[in-house]
Write a protein that binds this ligand. Structure first.
Ligand code: ATR
Length: 270
């Protein structure tokens, strides 16, 4: 029987993860399966236990189970503990559940792959929800001069910045108080999903600024269109999706796939 992995979500129908991991497995010569499982909203724990009982070795976890997966873990990585949520579970040989979050490292690797320097940069992150909390630790570890979090609900940005004080120069505010320019602006809000744009000042981006949207779609998101019209270089979150998957794949298989090739394939399939 081949080794079994899956992604849990609800809904899960549109997940690209089975495709990505199938491409990784083929590329790296790994005999494994990776399926999408729609776990019941009220029983993620039961779904994970049943999967393991049936021989499952590991899983990705997406909305709405990332916090519950955090609680099911026996052993949490340091970055997972700081994120308060996990996207990767590993069923250990000792029977324990190991958990990690690979979203933040995925974002940082994708920025690196695009030649974007975070070291000493002034970085702005838009949004203060779970998606942003999940990436702050690796972003700060990349050594920005300063990282500012701006959110529609100001208190959430201020609170999130306070939680990460130990990791670097982090501040938080609402959108009104926003003052550019920033060399890197990362949209971590869910506004792109509904085609909305957070209110942004004209002075937001530095002359050679980079705009990154953690979302992706066949066409550029409204945020990337806004940034592009102001001369910024734009990057969507497709590469982050592939990089976070590669880090999960590495945790399970101890092999690193060639992410660029897989990103190109997915881009064509969008
Ligand atoms: P996620 O897990 O994707 O982070 P979330 O925790 O619900 O989901 O957070 C969504 C984020 O997108 C929040 O920062 C939210 O702002 P609020 O905290 O003020 O709700 C932000 N967001 C969603 N729609 C937005 C919009 N139209 N304009 C600006 N920000 C938006």
């Amino acid at each position: 029987m081949s080794d079994r992995y899956c992604v849990f979500g609800h809904p899960i129908g549109h997940s690209r993860s089975p495709r990505i991991h199938a491409l990784f497995a083929e590329q790296c010569g790994q005999t494994m399966t990776y399926e999408a499982i729609e776990a019941p909203r009220e029983d993620f724990v039961g779904a994970w236990r049943a999967f393991v009982a049936a021989g499952g070795l590991g899983a990705n976890v997406t909305v709405p189970f990332k916090e519950e997966a955090y609680r099911v873990a026996d052993v949490l990585s340091q970055r997972a503990r700081r994120a308060g949520a996990v996207n990767t579970l590993v069923h250990g040989r000792d029977g324990r559940t190991y958990a990690d979050t690979t979203d933040g490292v995925g974002l940082v690797r994708d920025l690196e792959a695009h030649g974007v320097t975070l070291d000493d940069a002034r970085v702005l992150v838009l949004g203060a929800g779970g998606a942003v909390r999940g990436v702050l630790d690796p972003l700060l570890a990349a050594g920005p001069r300063a990282l500012h979090i701006a959110n529609r609900t100001a208190e959430k940005a201020v609170g999130l910045a306070a939680d990460f004080q130990q990791e670097g120069d982090v501040t938080g505010s609402g959108h009104d108080a926003l003052e550019g320019p920033f060399e890197v602006v990362i949209n971590g809000t869910s506004a792109s999903l509904s085609g909305e744009l957070p209110p942004l000042p004209e002075t937001l981006l530095a002359a050679d600024g980079v705009a990154y949207d953690m979302m992706y779609a066949a066409d550029p998101t409204v945020f990337l269109q806004w940034a592009s019209a102001r001369g910024a270089r734009t990057i969507d979150g497709l590469g982050m999706l592939v990089e976070q998957a590669a880090e999960s794949f590495f945790l399970w298989r101890h092999v690193r796939p060639d992410t660029g090739a897989v990103r190109d394939t997915l881009r064509h399939e969008l």
